[in-house]
Design a binder for this molecule. Sequence first.
Ligand SMILES: [Zn+2]
Length: 157
Amino acid sequence: MAYVLGAKSRAELKGVHPDLVRVVERAIGITKQDFGVHDGLRTEAEQRAYVKAGVSQTMNSMHRPQADGFGHAVDLVPFVNGKLRWEWPAIYPIAAAVWHAAREQGVAIRWGGPWMDMRDIPAGTPAAMKAAVEAYGARQRARGRKAFTDGPHFELA
Ligand SMILES: [Zn+2]
């Protein structure tokens, strides 16, 4: 079945770069897992609150307006039984849909799961998405660093 974006998701896309909006609109049409756009463009006050709460690492977020005036990031959160759920098994199929949508639309997307350009993920399957996130975690551990994974986060690369 095909999903559609709800009114709330559409409102979140206001002020987001049109290339990224195109990818999100295509992704919702092909995803096997429903999602909502949780965060598009953030105000400075919203971003400050996220940093204070430890949810975001930086005031220099891609969710803030960039030089071109647009936000360059969205958070696509799984919508399961009427609720937004931050759960990896549901996140991988969404990332797979974004992988295909980005390729079709010719837009380079960086995914916050493994913090990499999706063009460097070899296949557009949930398994390939999971493997990329696990490889990122292993790389960070090998360097003695914490892995800051943000599965619902997608930004223009
Ligand atoms: Zn985000």
